[in-house]
Design a protein around this ligand. Sequence first.
Ligand SMILES: [Zn+2]
Length: 350
Amino acid sequence: MWKRFTPKQTEYISGLIEKYGYVPRNEFAKLIDKCQFSYETLKRELERNGFPYALHNLKHLLRIVGVESKGHNTFDFVSFNKLDPRIQDLFDNSKLKAWFICKECHAEGTTNFSNINTRMFFPKEPICPLCINGKIRETPEWRKKNSEAQLIAQNRKGVPERMSEIIKKRYENDEYRKMISEAGKKVWQREGYRSKMKSMLVERMQNKEYVHKLLFNTRRGQKSGYYNEVYYQGAFELGFLMMEFKDRGTLSHIRRIDEPILYLHPSGETKRYFPDFMKDEVTVIEIKGGGPWMNLKVIEAKNKAAKKWCKENGKKFRILHAKDIQSFWIRQARVWLKLNHPSNKKEANG
Ligand SMILES: [Zn+2]
């Protein structure tokens, strides 16, 4: 005879699901004691009752809640998107893939849940990267409407430090490079720059190597200065500031953080680091470049310390990755850097 939940236990578990959206890992452990079930029995009974629970295996969770598998590590995005948002949040760092049909071009596509959940533009919408890029240039209103709200809402949690496979694939695509090239031309024309730098930049935009550098800008040898009285280091930080300025018409809500946060370096030493910006005196913003040169353990240690510091000081912590700062703004930043630091040619390409 199989063990079953008592009505009281069922009621208790329903309460957990109401509270968390699913049975979290720590509550799962408590339930084993509470119900006097074995691990396997508890799993079986939760599943039999259709109670979602989150252990390490998120694939399993998707199966319990009825999200259709579309291949190896790939799941149907439309049904995923109907789940309790708190369950969806569990996938912000997941490498599992979302399968969808692009609502614009109707091509089939997949993208990591971590990307589709947390990206700045069109989060949680079935749209392919190429169509996103087409769209973000369409109207300034669209950009304005989306930029800040998305920035805050869609970057709730850290996304693993890694290069975006999508960006990599994209820039290898001839059509995409052409699009970048065209966009580059338009920016120059719109802003009325008529110098010889125009043709130089346009030429560069058609160069695969250059576009690569642009998208994978390292923080080494980067340029620093002031943009509307806020200090920046490198194109990503500047791109972020430009985006904020575009949105509010001022940067009075942004300041550089000058309090150091202590963190435990993987070497065992306690070190200091300064997160990048404070926004509205509420949100600590950390801008991450991205690339294979980064030490993930150090970044994790810093993030952990920053999160703790934020919690203790009543602040929110947001990490913005290169992919969260749209390539449009990174390009704008590069153009700006080019104009404002014209002397050092070597750095200008970096
Ligand atoms: Zn598309």
